[in-house]
Ligand binder design. Structure first.
Ligand code: S3P
Length: 426
């Protein structure tokens, strides 16, 4: 892998900017909004709720033309009742975080998603949002479609039973529309983009380690924002570079929020030759460049509090694990079973098809190191991260592979294949 690349805008941050921009007063402009289908789902739902969204071309400070997404804020608590069912597509972030806002609006709404989303657990948001005063009906009390009857909410103190940034964010967003203060305590620190964005938009938010409080009713002001590159998307290229000895890859403008950079620490701990340069800040988020070269890697173990910080990177790290000297063991990662696919099962299935030995556990796996993958008929199982991780696996394998339903990569990274082609050596 040789050359340079700017990963697409961060998916997590883009969702949050769109949701908060709609709840703010005045205009919010967002540069480098994530191009994938997930963040488009958030915009589509917000449009159905009365948001005015447009795009315009402007010149950046260096004179380059750039596209901005422009949201005319509706102000706090002013979403319009939707005429039709809201469709979150494949996006867990959209359905969970938007439900937090819908819970605080005094109208009825229905929100659902694609087949994969309809299998993902929602009780984790229903419980706290009902404690705040909303009424939410779900299929089998847990699955979309969600029928939400929102109302004026009351602030609560809530201890999260699972480490989930989406659930934390749903409660904090509902907290904006609640009387008094809403406090969430996390078992393990998860990505804090909501907290940063809330402060950026002028909300009253207080953080003491894993305890986060937001005061209801504080008016949000429209912002001029730029989204950093998505480190989770960058991970596919970082790992691809590590798999090929002659790699020399430079990734620019990557989000360096410390709640997202566990993958860099982890790869460094395996002996990965990577350097972080040009650290700066945009819109309250850290951003920097990463230089990576190929090189031999040691094995490692991911468990306990490490898991939430690496949650989206594990499919790619599993593939990498086969090529390390000591392999990769994973434990306490049962949450992976509830992602866009059951990622423990889909990783093990595809690695197995490539001839790798994998021992699957209810909450993880053991993947021995020093394995040579062979080409195989692979499947994305409708999961964008599985599609991308196994495209890289196929490149590293001996012989030809095919990947069924590879186009699902567009959920987070529409031009993944073109970008990979551009840096892959012939
Ligand atoms: C996300 C949180 C994580 C992550 C997902 C994005 C977010 O999900 O897996 O891709 O933007 O808050 P959970 O909150 O379910 O762990």
């Amino acid at each position: 892998m040789v050359g340079g690349l700017r990963p697409p805008g961060d998916k997590s941050i883009s969702h949050r900017y769109a949701l908060l921009g709609t709840m703010a007063e005045g205009e919010t402009s967002i540069r480098n909004y994530a191009p994938g289908a997930d963040c488009a789902s958030t915009l589509r739902c917000l449009g159905q709720l009365g948001a005015a969204i447009s795009r315009r071309r402007v010149n950046s400070s260096s004179g380059e033309p750039v596209e901005e997404l422009v949201l005319e804020g509706r102000g706090l608590g002013n979403l319009q009742s939707p005429r039709e069912t809201l469709d979150a597509g494949n996006s867990g972030s959209t359905i969970r975080m938007l439900s937090g806002l819908l819970a605080g609006h005094a109208f009825h709404s229905t929100i659902t998603g694609d087949e994969s989303l309809q299998r993902r657990p929602m009780k984790r948001i229903i419980e706290p949002l009902e404690q705040m005063g909303a009424s939410i009906h779900a299929r089998d009390e847990n699955f979309p479609p969600l029928q939400i009857d929102g109302r004026r909410l009351r602030g609560i103190e809530y201890q999260l039973p699972v480490a989930s940034a989406q659930v934390k964010s749903a409660i904090l967003l509902a907290g904006l529309l609640a009387d008094g203060q809403t406090t969430v305590t996390e078992p393990v620190a998860t990505r804090d983009h909501t907290e940063i964005a809330l402060a950026q938009f002028g909300a009253e938010v207080v953080r003491k380690s894993r305890v986060i409080s937001v005061r209801g009713g504080s008016n949000l002001r429209g912002q001029k924002l730029t989204v950093p590159g998505d480190i989770s998307s960058a991970t596919f290229f970082l790992c691809a570079a590590l798999l090929f000895p002659n790699s020399n890859l430079y990734l620019q403008d990557v989000g360096m929020n410390p709640t997202r950079t566990a993958v860099l620490d982890f790869l460094s701990s395996l002996g990965a030759p990577l350097k972080i340069l040009n650290i700066g800040e945009i819109s309250g988020e850290l951003v920097g460049d990463i230089h990576v070269m190929g090189g031999p890697l040691r094995g490692s173990r991911i468990e306990g509090p490490m898991v939430p910080g690496l949650i989206d990177e594990i499919p790619m790290l599993a593939v990498l694990g086969t090529c390390t000297s000591g392999g990769l063991s994973l434990r306490n990662a049962e949450e992976l079973r509830f992602k866009e696919s059951d990622r423990l099962a889909t990783v093990a299935e595809n690695l197995g098809r490539m001839g790798a030995r994998v021992e699957l556990h209810p909450d993880g796996f053991d993947i021995p190191g020093g394995q040579r993958l062979h080409g195989a008929e692979l499947d994305s199982f409708g999961d964008h991260r599985i599609a991308m991780a196994f495209t890289i696996a196929a490149l590293a394998a001996q012989g030809e592979s095919s990947l069924r339903n590879s186009e699902v990569a567009a959920v987070s990274f529409p031009d993944f294949f073109e970008r990979l082609e551009a840096v892959a050596e012939r």
